[in-house]
Design a protein around this ligand. Structure first.
Ligand code: NAD
Ligand code: UFG
Length: 338
């Protein structure tokens, strides 16, 4: 009776594994460390006093993954494994299609072979493309993604919808994450981007820790209250608990369900910088520069469906997230590298 967590040593996966272990789930992780480090497992043990079983396997490797299904009694799957860099996906589209879609197809094939019915999938607000309104609801239009990464998420959503139509006994939760930030309150696990961070919060924390000189604010002429881009920043610990809520929902055998995981509140780049400075009493120097291609003005969730149907809602706010992101960064200036 174990939950298989693919990508369980990654940023969102590790926080979810902690929550699962603290709720006494039996956890099996599969990860190939393409974007994570073995040290994560030690940190998970430090927080929970428990060691999930771990397999260093590429989820695209059917035979390798089959050995996990043979050895373990898997009842549910949470599928985080995937590549997530928007920029890299435009340079290496083939890699993103083969890794993200390939891993999902391999996983589904083995789930059928071993009669595993429940899967929670990490989708993204990126599937809404360029929104013509906010807040975004689950039945709003999807499509029009501007990069291969987003396309892979959209394609996997379609694959899962066809699976659900074909296999009425399958239970599938598609979770569309908005912008995860923050870290576990212990400061032992957090986001550890390789190279120059693409995302706003890790860039802010690297400026704060002195690794980078200043933040580049991409554009100040968006149609928002202060001209900078507005997003829905959700604390990763809240996001993690959304996966436990989804697992419980799947026990009701709902077939296919789709939920936004966001806070419902829009925060601009400058709002986040100000919140970070205030929460941590540290200056974050910034320079306004050109827009980043592909960025939209505003993107935030209507998260009421997840509350109505799963009883889940975000409890932490951006001040909590700013405090916890900084706590992680200052205690681990080199991330998981000693
Ligand atoms: P992450 O890179 O920290 O974690 C992904 C994990 O998957 C890593 O540990 C990586 O090593 C592993 N992995 C990748 N491909 C694999 C493969 N073929 N086989 C085995 N392991 C593999 O990313 P994250 O931020 O934790 O994101 C988790 C999921 O959520 C991803 O699917 C991502 O696309 C999705 N998502 C993330 C965000 C975000 O902003 N972080 C937003 C929306 C959706
Ligand atoms: N930004 C800056 N400077 C930076 C980085 C970001 O000003 O150095 C701005 C962006 O222009 C945007 C906001 O901060 O207005 C947030 O940018 P992020 O890169 O942190 O996040 P995005 O909303 O662009 O994208 C994220 C994930 C995607 C996912 C999407 C879903 O990176 O994978 O959320 O909403 F698809």
């Amino acid at each position: 009776m174990a939950v298989l967590v693919t990508g369980g040593t990654g940023y969102i996966g590790s926080h979810t594994v902690v929550d699962l272990l603290e709720h006494n789930y039996d956890v099996v992780i599969v990860d190939n460390y393409v974007n994570s480090k073995p040290e994560v497992l030690n940190r998970i043990f430090k927080i929970t006093g428990k060691k999930p079983r771990f397999y260093e396997i590429d989820v695209c490797n059917e035979q390798g993954l089959r050995t996990v299904f043979e050895k373990e009694k898997i009842t549910d799957v949470i599928h985080f494994a995937g590549l997530k860099s928007v920029g890299e996906s435009t340079q290496k589209p083939g890699l993103y299609y083969s890794n993200n879609i390939g891993s999902s197809l391999t996983l589904l094939k083995l789930m059928h072979e071993f009669n595993v019915k429940n899967i929670v999938f990490s989708s993204s607000a990126t599937v809404y493309g360029v929104p013509d309104h906010v807040p975004l609801k689950e039945d709003d239009n999807i499509g029009g993604c501007t990069n291969p990464y987003g396309e892979t998420k959209l394609d996997i959503e379609y694959i899962l919808k066809y699976e659900a139509e074909q296999h009425k006994d399958m239970n599938i939760a598609i979770l569309r994450y908005f912008n995860p930030i923050g870290a576990h309150k212990s400061g032992l696990i957090g986001e550890d981007p390789q190279g120059i961070p693409n995302n706003l919060m890790p860039y802010i924390t690297q400026v704060a820790v002195g690794k980078r000189d200043h933040l580049n604010v991409f554009g100040s002429d968006y149609k928002t209250h202060d001209g900078t881009g507005v997003r829905d920043y959700i604390h990763v610990v809240d996001l993690a608990s959304g996966h436990l809520a989804a697992l419980r929902k799947l026990e009701e055998k709902p077939g296919l369900v789709i939920y936004n995981l966001g806070t419902g509140t829009g925060t601009s780049v400058l709002d986040l910088v100000n919140a970070f400075e205030k929460a941590n009493n540290i200056k974050v120097p910034y320079v306004i520069c050109d827009r980043r291609p592909g960025d939209v003005d505003e993107n935030y969730a209507d998260a009421t469906k997840a509350f109505k149907e799963m009883g889940w809602k975000a409890k932490l706010n951006i001040v909590d997230a700013c405090r916890d992101s900084w706590n992680w960064q200052k205690n681990n200036p080199k991330g998981y590298d000693k």
